[in-house]
Design a protein around this ligand. Structure first.
Ligand SMILES: [Zn+2]
Length: 161
């Protein structure tokens, strides 16, 4: 899989691990934040990042609609459905390894835990230049509607389990 890359200046946030209490700095987003529809996806199995521009393909909206219509989420509030959507949507993007999500906590560099005690901007602000793959959803786009529905069901089950 060959991914295009984008160069970003990212602001560093300091995370405190809930497990071993080590502090580690991780890139979050560009100074001033992203524009509407832009996100940083983070892998849940390593600290890899992908840049997502949700306006550039129909995947984001498709996944959103399928998540909201999924019977497993009947009875949940809109805000709770959005939370599930954020945890699920990254999986619709192409990845060589691991699953990506929006708002995934970075892994502690000392113990490997992703449980976060707290996080805050590094003061004074620090920035790094990073080169991040641009997310694509070629695999997802080749699926039939029924397959998409089935996958969403599996993913919801995985993140709720
Ligand atoms: Zn730790």
């Amino acid at each position: 899989m060959k991914l295009e890359k984008i160069n970003l200046k990212a602001q560093l946030f300091e995370y405190e691990c809930a497990f071993c209490h080590a502090k580690h700095k991780e890139p979050m987003y560009p100074p001033g934040g992203f524009s509407y529809g832009e996100f940083m996806l983070r892998s849940n199995s390593n600290n890899r990042l992908m840049y997502l521009n949700a306006m550039e393909d129909p995947t984001f909206l498709e996944v959103s609609n399928l998540v909201k219509k999924n019977p497993r989420l009947n009875g949940l509030k809109e805000s709770e459905k959005s939370e599930v959507f954020q945890r699920v949507v990254g999986r619709a993007y192409d990845s060589d390894e691991g699953e990506y999500g929006i708002g995934v906590s970075p892994m502690c560099s000392v113990c490997g835990s992703t449980d976060v005690e707290s996080y805050q901007e590094v003061i004074p602000p620090e920035f790094i230049n990073i080169s991040v793959p641009v997310a694509t959803s070629e695999k997802w786009q080749k699926l039939a509607d029924v397959e998409k529905k089935k996958l969403i069901d599996e993913w919801i089950n995985a993140v709720n389990g």
